[in-house]
Design a protein around this ligand. Sequence first.
Ligand SMILES: [Zn+2]
Length: 435
Amino acid sequence: MAQATVHAPKAKHLIVISYDAFSEDNWETASRLPHFAKLMKRGAYSNRLKSVYPTLTYVVHTTTATGVYPEKHGIHHNNPLQPFVKEEDQRWFWFRKAIKAPTIYDAARAHGLSTAGLLWPVSGKSSIRYNLPEIRALKGENQALKVLRSGSPLYCIRMELKHGRIRKGIAQPYLDDFSTKCAVDTIKRKKPNLLMMHLIDLDDAKHMYGTDSDEVQQVILRMDHRLGEIMQAVEEAGIQDETVIMVLGDHGQFNVRYKVHLNNLLQAKGLIYEENGKMKWRAYFQCGGGSAYLHIRPGDEEAERQALAVIEEELQDEGSMGIESVYTREVLDSLHASPVTRIMLEAKQGYCFDETLGERLIVDLQEQGIRYATHGYSPEKSGYRCNIVIAGKPIKPDYAFGDLEMVDIAPTMAHILGIDFGHADGRVIEEIFKE
Ligand SMILES: [Zn+2]
């Protein structure tokens, strides 16, 4: 049953483009490009958007879609804990049912609005009417088949038949080109009230080539073309006056020189061990680039004590492991982090934590000629804020505003669409609206 609308909608259509890893260090380049600049002229913008901890894509996108911090929404990492499973073989939090808070797309649907999702994280098997969710085929699975099983089958088939030839598995830049074509098609043919899409090219390039690489500059150009295509589709659909477009990043990235295989430390103390040819653990670091969760077998207080002693030893050792801080539950509560563990480690800039048991504890990537960058760090680190532009008729034109938080996005989306979404931790970004 449709809920009562609390106020008149500010716009009939809202297009949210999550531009993965679009952060303050990309602001200057992006703001000089034609389509992005045009959007800025038509709207409000800031490069002071603060993300949530840890700054991992699925954690952040779940906050974007729910307006609540990770402590409430249940997505603590991209992946559920899967000790000793190789990264490429791990399941992710692909499905809506893992989220423990109301989402903006469910609320929109409950208000009788039409919704669409393209590669939106953690949206598999959700209420989104036209949904092509972000899912990755594991070994022996077919990518297209897995997507349509988790999305809206007819819609996914239509998109795959019409635009699938652009896609090459999940490789870039093809995947984002495919998503953009799907978005253009969906805007023109379905005119959804809410479209949420996720473009990943920039994040991929930063991981692979470093944040200050030529490749990253090229992606920012490509992203501007994609944005132009979407803006043009809105015009051609004849809905420009009724549409708000929101473009936002989810986290920044930092270049990494040292990769630290944290679980090697626990293995050396016998907290990770082999038994009958199988790896076992009493304590285990679930790593997320710039941070790591310390998981302890429930009730094994001795394992926790030993693991903490290992960390303490490393901190005494002039911090060569790149551990910047040990966050106890008190700190984690103040960061509104997931209650899934009692201890997290935060890496220093230039270091990242890797979950696999390595041949060596620390790998110097620079020495090996490897360029790499990653995220997962605390959103409190400097130079790590995200960019956002919100443009459309109800928004003040060419208006620079200041600080905002990721939890503010969903309430602001709800405000634009005239939906009741009062439970969120964030606020409506009132200052961007006319009057
Ligand atoms: Zn991301």
